[in-house]
Design a protein around this ligand. Structure first.
Ligand SMILES: C[S@@+](CC[C@H](N)C(=O)[O-])C[C@H]1O[C@@H](n2cnc3c(N)ncnc32)[C@H](O)[C@@H]1O
Length: 202
């Protein structure tokens, strides 16, 4: 998968600027609008961010989930957020000025190497909104395998997905426990899938 897109920047977070970027790169962005703050806050709760020391976000977009995760993040915790769409990355760096947070312009499977560098004992939580059902299956499996390998044994992976059935069986290859819940009050309505008991590198 190639890593970067153009260097245009998204001037402000708005439904319109997000939708415009979606029209430019539908497959990677995979959503017509940013996630709602309520769903982002719920993801942070499911991931246990308030008790975490190390948190990773995969596919940060314009920061709709990043913001509630930062809101819940303890003062001594750290967060790393991956985003490959350059205009979104520029926006994230401008929007969030927090010494606990590092934005990475790499594809999400690099999280396996991030663990080796930054959290040898494994990350506490990973939140993810990558549109897996639009990616080649091999790319999805590569990212899920890397996420399972990057978490500590008691760590939690929470994924937001619009496709009702695609991700759960793929997650079961890498996690011992997978639960999903439906959230109708989002544009579009969405599933939150919580996976625990990572099986590590397979
Ligand atoms: C559905 S959008 C979600 C954006 C934001 N988190 C939100 O909830 O509003 C998916 C995001 O994942 C990013 N993305 C897609 N594939 C990725 C990959 N392999 N690594 C990192 N980010 C990726 C896209 O550029 C896009 O910003």
């Amino acid at each position: 998968m190639s890593q970067n897109t153009s260097s245009r920047s998204v001037p402000r977070q708005s439904m319109w600027s997000f939708f415009r970027e979606f029209l430019r790169d539908r497959q990677r962005i995979g959503a017509i609008a940013p996630t709602s703050t309520a769903v982002g806050r719920h993801m942070a709760r499911l991931a246990g961010v308030a008790e975490a020391r190390t948190v990773v976000e995969l596919g940060a977009g314009t920061g709709a989930i990043t913001a509630p995760v930062i809101e819940a993040l303890p003062a001594d915790a750290r967060m790393w957020a991956y985003e490959i769409h350059d205009p979104f990355l520029a926006h994230l760096r401008e929007r969030f000025d927090d010494p606990r947070v590092t934005f990475l312009n790499e594809s999400a499977e690099a999280v396996r190497e991030l663990r080796a560098r930054e959290a040898p004992e494994g990350f506490d939580a990973i939140v993810c909104s990558i549109p897996f059902s639009l990616l080649p299956p091999v790319a999805t499996d590569g990212i899920l395998a890397a996420a399972a390998a990057a978490l500590r044994p008691g760590g939690t992976f929470v994924a937001l997905q619009y496709h009702p059935t695609y991700l759960v069986p793929l997650l079961r290859r890498h996690f011992g426990s997978v639960r999903r819940e439906f959230h109708p009050f989002n544009l579009p309505p969405t599933l939150l899938i919580t996976a625990r008991e990572p099986r590590g590198d397979r």
